[in-house]
Write a protein that binds this ligand. Structure first.
Ligand code: ATP
Ligand code: DGY
Length: 523
């Protein structure tokens, strides 16, 4: 592996003609074990959205003029910088921000998940930890991603800091997934417990994150632009790491610096849909009724700059670049893969078959029927911006190793009480699909991993599989159907071949949903 990597700079300068299948790059792709390359590409995807690189890409400070540049905007710093943040990736983001802008930072408050500092210390991730004399105060809370007393205290401290700012100040807001639970500030008389209960009920009944956060915004002082309002007249810059498909700033962490476009009717519609309207606590009804007659309307956010600094698409773009360096024809299918894990697995299984046939057959029409089925399945999944036909055309032209990349967040219908995560379950289901149509002439591998490094309540980030999965399992006496019926994908992979199919990264300190990699390599 090390030898192969040392080879890369020379490869990058190689003339185009030698990049064709059979040239040195392709030999490199064929020489390295597929699984090793898949894990390497997953790590490069995560590496592109780590807090340090993201902030360095976005912010620059001119030490002479003390101008802070963010995209095409400049802000004058003069001991007027404040920082707040909330989310699972915010500890590392705050550390990077303080490293870059520390001499101008007056004060900061962040709300991060319970135990995250100890976990980062254990993982040896010093770059994610604030220095001992940091000006940033850290609150840990929201165990199990639910708002609690600790995160309520954090939200209050953040609110106080924001409300004390003046027109000369600049507030840097660091936002990442998990931010909603880490910034609870229910509008009285709604209590924390009532908000907790409503959130849990909506989530358990299958409400989407868009629906959940519409309700959260209506009942919160800080969500839906409330934080930006509290900081007014200070200028506000929000740096946002997206964990939602499509990167909608008004949804991520419930858009605390984005004016809410929703009204009370939207909320009532959602509550009705999930059968929760009749049983609403009186306090919630009161707050919704009050919002309906609020003469000031939604918060205005003209003093705010919202910037997406990291996303699934960005992570995929980096993995695509690295795959090309390794000699693959690499294509991004979509950064918005959603839907039931079983349907998504069927999609990847069929895709491998259609693409595999195109890769080796001179007759593109060899898989017409499967191609039609694939299109049908893609239409059912309703994946926006899916580059399916473009990818298949490129595969047909490639005649060499191909890597198809996608990202998003499929869902698992939990039925059993086993141990698993959506990435491991997806990998297992794809493995089963791949085994149904063996492509003898093409080596195939599929990897699915959560970019936060933790797939569900397990220690693994995900798993990788090949078409031989079912036969390998059978040889070890493991019945895949039974494991799947119990949502027990982690136990399955732990037992299969001594756990070698598991993807282990440890907590990464970032989170842009999941990454899926499908490799096809002619033998
Ligand atoms: N036994 C299991 N098998 C499959 N999936 C599971 C299992 N248990 C939990 N999950 C899935 O794991 C997810 C919850 O895991 P986690 O706490 O990592 O949240 P998350 O949605 O991944 O958070 P984040 O947005 O930070 O990635 C849910 O999608 C849930 O359906
Ligand atoms: O915190 C939240 O609201 C979710 O993670 C989506 O950003």
């Amino acid at each position: 592996m090390a030898a192969a990597l040392q080879f890369l700079p020379r490869v990058a300068r190689a003339p185009l003609r030698s990049l064709l299948w059979g040239g040195p790059v392709a030999r490199l792709a064929s020489g390295m074990a597929l699984a090793e390359q898949a894990q390497q590409l997953f790590k490069s995807a995560v590496g592109a959205v780590l807090p340090g690189p993201m902030l360095h890409r976005t912010l620059s400070l001119d030490p002479g003029s003390k101008q802070l540049k963010i995209r095409d905007r400049s802000f004058q710093l003069q001991q007027n910088l404040y920082l707040v943040g909330f989310g699972k990736a915010v500890l590392g983001m705050a550390t990077a921000a303080e490293e870059l802008l520390g001499q101008h930072l007056v004060q900061g408050v962040i709300s991060v998940p319970k135990g995250i500092r100890a976990a980062m210390e254990r993982a040896g991730k010093q770059e994610m930890l604030l220095k001992p004399h940091s000006r940033v105060q850290v609150f840990e809370g929201a165990e199990d991603n639910l708002p609690d007393r600790d995160s309520l205290r954090a939200a209050l401290a953040i609110q106080q800091l924001a409300e004390g700012l003046t027109a000369d100040d600049l507030l840097l807001v660091l936002i990442s997934g998990g931010g909603s639970a880490l910034l609870p500030a229910p509008i009285p008389p709604v209590t924390l417990e009532e908000k907790q209960t409503l959130t849990k009920l909506l989530a358990a009944r299958g409400a989407t994150i868009q629906e959940l956060n519409t309700i959260r915004k209506a009942l919160s002082q800080l969500k839906g632009g409330g934080l930006a309002q509290a900081a007014y007249p200070a200028q506000v810059v929000s740096l946002i790491l997206s964990d939602v498909v499509g990167d909608p700033v008004e949804v991520i962490a419930s858009g605390p610096t984005v004016a809410s476009a929703h009204n009370v009717q939207d909320c009532l519609h959602i509550l009705n849909h999930y059968g929760l309207r009749a049983a609403l606590p009186r306090s919630v009804k009161t707050v919704l009724a009050r919002a309906d007659s609020d003469p000031y309307g939604p918060h205005t956010c003209g003093h705010v700059l919202n910037v997406i600094i990291g996303s699934n698409a960005l992570a995929l773009a980096e993995a695509q670049r690295q795959a090309e360096v390794l000699g693959y024809r690499a294509l991004v299918l979509s950064a918005a893969m959603e839907g039931d894990v079983k349907s998504v697995a069927q999609f990847y299984g069929l895709l491998a078959q259609v693409a595999g046939t195109r890769l080796t057959s001179s007759i593109a029409g060899a898989s017409v029927e499967e191609h039609a089925k694939l299109q049908e399945l893609a239409a059912e999944l309703q994946i926006p911006d899916l580059q399916l036909e473009e990818a298949l055309e490129a595969v047909a032209e490639a005649r060499g190793p191909v890597c198809l990349l996608a990202g998003g967040e499929p869902t698992v219908q939990l039925q059993g009480s086993g141990k698993g995560g959506r990435n491991q379950e997806l990998a297992m289901c794809v493995g089963a699909e791949l085994g149904r149509w063996p492509l003898g002439h093409v080596e195939v591998l599929f990897l699915s991993g959560g970019t936060d490094g933790q797939d569900g309540p397990t220690e693994a980030a995900g798993a990788w599989v090949m078409p031989e999965l079912a036969s390998q399992a059978a040889a070890e006496g493991l019945d895949m159907a039974t494991f799947l019926a119990h949502n027990d994908s982690h136990s399955f992979f732990c037992r299969l071949q001594g756990g070698t199919h598991l993807l282990h990264t440890g907590l990464t300190g970032t989170n842009v949903m999941d990454v899926h990699l499908l490799f096809l390599r002619p033998r």
